[in-house]
Design a protein around this ligand. Structure first.
Ligand SMILES: [Mg+2]
Length: 228
């Protein structure tokens, strides 16, 4: 196989990420139940608040903490108390300290791939926070470049293709999110490998659309060895 350029997503592709946020959300919903709010309803309000805050403040734990606080203030109203808000923020601070839990088979597979192809880690989020995660993961040694962007959309993929002189027919995006990894990459003319993760964040859900490039779907990261 000729040398390809493979862009690889990080959160929930190389390491677990969303399950820690989901655990925090579950605790948060439990906190709201005694105030008379059903979990589904509170989750709906939280999702709406997150969408708005992401547009204004981007991704990351700070933005997430802000959304939890705003949702709590909105739903608790005059029953809101300062200790609970502080508790929410303490819990969110802990999220940042969780060391990246690298998924099974990832290290060996990156070893294999990096000997044969050019690898670029491509993640979205708050720059300093994502950079710290990459560093703590120890996986950066496998990559020719690390790219951290505020949003992964078609324009960002085109920008990356230009910056790294990627020949699109020999360029791939690997990731777990149809919305951020697969659809915009295909639309930009790249090929894509979709590796579904059972805990993919609700805001990343989208139908996989076909595009100009090829689409592969594999079950786990180590399956990439069969294709590259
Ligand atoms: Mg991801």
């Amino acid at each position: 196989m000729p040398r390809e350029t493979i862009l690889i997503d990080a959160d929930d592709t190389l390491w677990e990420n969303n399950i820690f946020f989901e655990q925090t959300i579950e605790e948060f919903l439990t906190l709201l139940e005694p105030l008379g709010f059903k979990r589904e309803y509170a989750r709906h309000i939280l999702n709406e608040t997150e969408r708005r805050n992401i547009r204004q403040h981007g991704y990351g734990v700070r933005s997430f903490g802000r959304s939890l606080e705003e949702t709590y203030m909105k739903l608790a109203g005059h029953n809101a108390n300062r200790e609970t808000v502080q508790g929410i923020h303490n819990r969110v601070d802990d999220l940042e300290k969780v060391p990246p839990n690298v998924l099974e088979g990832v290290v060996e597979t990156l070893d294999y791939l990096s000997e044969r192809h050019r690898l670029i880690l491509f993640t979205k989020g708050e720059a300093a926070e994502q950079a710290a995660k990459v560093e703590r993961s120890g996986l950066q040694i496998h990559f020719d470049a690390i790219e951290i962007v505020p949003e992964k959309d078609v324009a960002t993929y085109r920008m990356l293709v230009n910056r790294h002189h990627v020949v699109k027919s020999r360029g791939w995006m690997v990731g777990n999110s149809p919305r951020s990894d697969i659809n915009p990459a295909l639309e930009a003319g790249l090929n894509a490998v979709f590796i579904p993760h059972s805990a993919t964040w609700e805001l990343e859900h989208e139908e996989v659309r076909s595009g100009a490039g090829r689409l592969l779907i594999v079950r786990q990261f180590r399956d990439l060895r069969e294709h590259f």
